[in-house]
Design a binder for this molecule. Sequence first.
Ligand code: HEC
Ligand code: HEC
Length: 491
Amino acid sequence: MSTCNCKTWLKLTGAALAVIGVIGAMIGYDRGFREYPQPDWVTTTPEMRFKYGSIGAEFDAGIPYWIFYVLPRVFPEKFTQDGKVVPGGYAALGVPWEMGRELPVGFTKKTIGFPRVANNCAVCHTTTYRTSPDSNPVFVVGGPAHTTNVQGFFRLLIDCAKDPRFNADILMAEINRVTALDWIDKALYRFFVIPITRQRLLEREAQFAWIYRKDFPDWGRGRDDAMNLTKYFMIKAPMDDTFGPTDMPSVWNLKKYVWDKGHRMNYAGDSHDATSVIMDSALGLLGAPPKHKEDFVGQVKWLHDYLSELPPPKYPFPINEAKAATGKPLFDAHCASCHRSEKTGTPLPLAEVGTDRGRLDSWNKGAAVKANQVVKEMGLQRRGLVEEDLKGYVAAFLDGIWLKAPYLHNGSVPTLRDLLEPAAKRPKVFWRGYDVYDPVKVGFVSDGPEAQRVGTRLDTGSKAGGNQGHEFGTGLTAVEKEALLEYLKTL
Ligand code: HEC
Ligand code: HEC
């Protein structure tokens, strides 16, 4: 063989390898990273977009669709509720789920190379209620997701990844039962997608260590320890002993918050304005800096505009107008000084109201300074978190208050009627997350066999679960309380 021939061979082999490399890279890009828009039905209406539209979380926080699909088949015993196994896959997490939809509300599906599932705001900010045990649920966009077990979802994914059955052989066997992937996707799933997903979920365990603490109670349905999430996730603060799960808030009618009136957002007034809260929440969902910054800022603006104008829902049962009219002066005399005044929307000193301080202590000025720095370094503009010591909880706006049960920031009082009793007479233990409405006490049914079967137990003696304080109106007569209650239904 002459040297010349050798060189030709080398050149040819080199060229062939380069071609294979380019094709490989193209396939790799196409199957691993190429972005496809979501189908049109997702954006037909603003409500649909809020419920199912991607905000870009599929890049870093997405779960590959087929893994998401087979988890309930491989790990049925991990889909639990208050320690009991509940059949029905993700429904065990109490997520609102519309009839005929493939995924629950707040779950988005988008193809980036391969289909992935992630979350948007609606998983915590869309709710359901039923007017009787045999009626279908009514979905309210922007309402507090009082049935959703967020902590259960976080734990579920991590627990699956920690299980030795989370491996390519077992997951591929299940995936092959439900879909026919071609050989490229099969190889991708086996050698990359499954091991990388497992790795990413295991990494969450360290960040989410406090959700496994035995000395803390479970958040239960409809609650979220949001500021600790921000602390451990966004600024990677070391774990402390604070604990402050709150009720999911409503996010309708955000235009009521006016920044230059001194209004503050989040329960302890931690954030300056809606754009800041929305941006920070979206970053939390993405789990990483946005891939496309302009697109991200556009999503935040859309959410802001949509939620600003979204009206609060009307009370769905009859209201006795005459009775409500006698309740209004009682509201004016006992409640309006905080709930319809220049104080409304601003934080009041904790001592004035006396509710549980767990949530207040879960966030502080130092954390705000650091979190603002992190967001600034991403090149994002916002007024941001309030860099001050926090003094107490915000005097809440009461629009749509009927659907915000359970009440107080930590959801420790099941109904409005119970809130009008002194703390010592409020229920000490009740069940959260059952969606049948109680128009007599104004709140959700929170005890009895069905509430206990479906809901999670809240013990008001547990850490950060205290139902003390806010004893306003508790000295009214029974007749006056009924009138005030009737009036509150009209808000
Ligand atoms: C995992 C659940 C969860 C997700 C997802 C979530 N939020 Fe929230 N959101 C909360 C909780 C809990 C609070 C209250 C936090 C606190 O003050 O302790 C909150 C607070 C807010 C507030 C402030 C409400 C007020 O009246 O002060 C707004 C606005 C808001 N969220 C919008 C959004 C938007 C928009 C998204 C999506 C980009 C989003 N949230 C994603 C749980 C969530
Ligand atoms: C001194 C000020 C003040 C007065 C007076 C007052 N409130 Fe409040 N209210 C607050 C504050 C502050 C909060 C938030 C407390 C918390 O969540 O821990 C609150 C929370 C609430 C909530 C819970 C909101 C939610 O989303 O869970 C309701 C309902 C409520 N108040 C109704 C009333 C009614 C009815 C009256 C009159 C009988 C009244 N308040 C009088 C300051 C006041």
